[in-house]
Ligand binder design. Structure first.
Ligand code: SF4
Length: 378
């Protein structure tokens, strides 16, 4: 029998509602959730293909250990014992965990607890997102009712559903000013005024009055803090579905340079859901022991000593925090066809091998603790 599971698109920070079409424990397709307040029955092209990761040709199916230069499939027990025995050889300051804006709040929270238990370093990469102290800043929506909108970066190509709201505002008479380092046609088409800049930090914010400023560029928004600029509201747009959530969990948000420096400084590196080797393979060359935990076999997994398969977003419950700091639930639609586990469950099992008590026994307990932690930050 066919059923529809309403969940959240994992492909960017907007957090649109999607309905997964499920039959015989298989996801056949996706359609936009017509009742969801964020996307109002629309999904962008990227969102319409979000279910394809489930049966991706590079899906990891079993834990892998590299033996004599080649990966060998092993049991969960063997993989976790192997990692634990290596972890014990390092001091906390030699160990780094990399969390991800693509993982749920529950997954990242569990990883942070393990890192804290080992007194290890932890961070997550914000890629080209603005750097924002989300705990301190109030996020302004109201795009469709704004009269003057300034966009720094490109929301039309990268977060199409935000672009749609800007176009609606323009139809109602809003004036649109766009700053970008590239002269993209789509930006010129939608702007009343397009300004090319060499560097986003050249933009003088004092020029703006009564504007809504949407920022989708690598800017440190310390200088945008509400107490400094009273003339405008700001709406930073994070890259991934849970970049904001990872930041709110107090996992250091790193720009590309800070991220690569942290990777380079690590002896024992445990990467969850990220693929730095796609950008720079050499960045990991001095890492002594590398664990990669991911949904698919990536360029970074190829360099690892141990690779652990995780459930994708359609195979588990959890929460994402979107660009407006709205916490939304994702729902399990299907079981994986292999041995993948939830990220938080793998982390808990590993913690047990290390005699570290993470303080929760089930997803429900973990979720409750995360919601408690986040409730004062919104
Ligand atoms: S705008 Fe983002 S969240 Fe919405 S459908 Fe597109 S990729 Fe998914």
């Amino acid at each position: 029998m066919m059923k529809i599971i309403n969940t959240i698109c994992p492909n960017c920070s907007v957090g649109c509602g999607v309905g997964l079409i499920v039959k015989d424990d298989k996801v056949l397709g996706v359609y936009p959730n017509k009742r969801h307040p964020i996307n109002e029955g629309k999904n962008c092209l990227n969102g319409r293909t979000c279910y394809k990761i489930i049966n991706h040709e590079k899906r990891l199916k079993n834990p892998l250990i590299k033996k004599n230069g080649a990966f060998v499939e092993v049991s969960w027990e063997e993989a976790l014992n192997y990692i634990a025995s290596h972890l014990k050889k390092y001091n906390g300051d030699e160990i780094t965990f990399i969390a991800s804006g693509k993982c749920t709040n529950e997954d990242n929270y569990a990883l942070k607890k393990l890192a804290d238990g080992l007194k290890a370093k932890i961070g997550h990469c914000i890629c080209n997102s603005p750097k924002v102290d989300y705990a301190e800043i109030s996020i302004s929506g109201g795009i469709e009712d704004a009269k003057n909108i300034v966009i720094i970066g490109d929301v039309f190509s990268e977060h199409a559903l935000i672009g749609r709201k800007v176009i609606k505002a323009k139809d109602k008479g809003a004036k649109i000013t766009i700053f970008n380092t590239e002269e993209r046609e789509i930006l010129k088409l939608n702007a009343d005024k397009f300004i090319k800049v060499d560097d986003y930090s050249d933009i003088d914010l004092n020029d703006f009055k009564d504007d809504l400023i949407i920022i989708n560029a690598p800017i440190d928004t310390d200088k945008f803090k509400n107490n400094k600029f009273k003339n405008f509201k700001i709406l930073p747009v994070a890259k991934h579905c849970n970049t904001v959530g990872a930041t709110l969990l107090n996992i250091p948000a790193l720009n590309r340079e800070e991220y690569f420096n942290l990777l380079k400084d690590s002896e024992f590196l445990y990467i969850v859901g990220e693929n730095p080797a796609l950008v720079n393979k050499n960045i990991l060359k001095d890492v002594d022991f590398l664990v990669v935990q991911d949904v698919i076999f990536t360029e970074t997994a190829d360099l690892a000593d141990v690779v652990l398969p995780t459930k994708c977003w359609a195979e588990k419950d959890g929460t994402f925090t979107n660009f407006e700091k709205k916490i939304q639930h994702i729902k399990k639609a299907v079981d994986p066809q292999h041995k993948a586990l939830e990220d938080w469950k793998i982390i808990k099992k590993l913690a047990e091998k290390l005699n570290i008590n993470l303080g929760f026994e089930s997803f429900d307990e973990l979720h409750k603790e995360v919601m408690n932690y986040l409730k004062d930050l919104n």
